[in-house]
Design a binder for this molecule. Structure first.
Ligand SMILES: Nc1nc2c(ncn2[C@@H]2O[C@H](COP(=O)(O)OP(=O)(O)OP(=O)(O)O)[C@@H](O)[C@H]2O)c(=O)[nH]1
Ligand SMILES: [Mg+2]
Length: 224
């Protein structure tokens, strides 16, 4: 019982900070999107594709989460309006970003000059589903080489997603990935989620994703 109480307390404390983060974002009219996936599914690639196509319309800041290294922050630093790297290696929660980490990162960003904050979460499909960050929207990327059974193995992360992206669609001819079964499984867990098939490599489907982001930014500005 004690252990359960402790976990409950950690998550409640996280929720309180997440609410503060969200209020801060809203004060500045910023949309926050939490990008989650297993390692290597394409989070950084999607962030780069998003900035590349929306640069003229939105000022984008990026918060990069990784256990170690600044590899991803270096990839986006020339493209984003601002970038902050969080390394979770020595933190109590190393397998997910937490609201407290985002609170610290937001202090480093020029919030008055930003319309969209893209948060790249730690690459795994388990812990990030537990920790609210104060984001407005949650995106989960599943990529073809991972296999079409991720919904069955890691259902929780799909339940709260606003968008599920099936990335690396360019690899479809080479892999046994049952797209119809995957879509059906997502729908079984979360009937509201938008499912988008795309390739960050070829750009296929990326415009639809960018349109969704623009639409969400405009809904956010009008307070919805
Ligand atoms: N063929 C193909 N490769 C892709 C696509 N998107 C990303 N990749 C490649 O997949 C690898 C991982 O992509 P990243 O964007 O770094 O993935 P990530 O989710 O940020 O990875 P971590 O931060 O390590 O968890 C890179 O070699 C990318 O070039 C795609 O649509 N098609
Ligand atoms: Mg990455």
């Amino acid at each position: 019982m004690k252990k359960i109480e402790v976990i409950q307390n950690v998550l409640e404390a996280n929720e309180a900070i997440a609410r503060r983060n969200r209020e801060l974002l809203e004060k500045h009219g910023i949309l926050g999107i939490n990008v989650m996936s297993g390692p290597g599914a394409g989070k950084t690639s999607l962030i780069l594709q998003t900035i590349a196509g929306l640069r003229d319309r939105l000022n984008v800041a990026v918060i990069e989460g990784d256990v170690a290294s600044t590899v991803d922050a270096e990839k986006v630093q020339d493209e984003a309006r601002a970038v902050v790297q969080i390394n979770t290696r020595n933190m109590p929660e190393s397998c997910s970003l937490t609201a407290a980490m985002i609170e610290s990162a937001l202090k480093e960003l020029p919030l008055d000059e930003v319309d969209l904050v893209l948060i790249e979460n730690i690459g795994n499909l388990i812990c990030p589903s537990e920790f609210a960050l104060g984001e407005h929207r949650r995106v989960v990327i599943s990529s073809l080489p991972e296999g079409d059974d991720k919904t069955a193995k890691y259902p929780l992360i799909f339940v709260d997603a606003d968008v599920v992206i099936v990335n690396k669609i360019d690899l479809l001819p080479y892999l046994d990935f049952d797209l119809a079964a995957f879509r059906e499984a997502v729908r079984g867990l979360n009937s509201e989620a938008l499912v988008l098939q795309l390739s960050c490599k070829t750009g296929q489907g990326v415009e639809e994703w960018r349109s969704w982001v623009l639409e969400q930014a405009s809904l956010n500005r009008s307070g919805r």
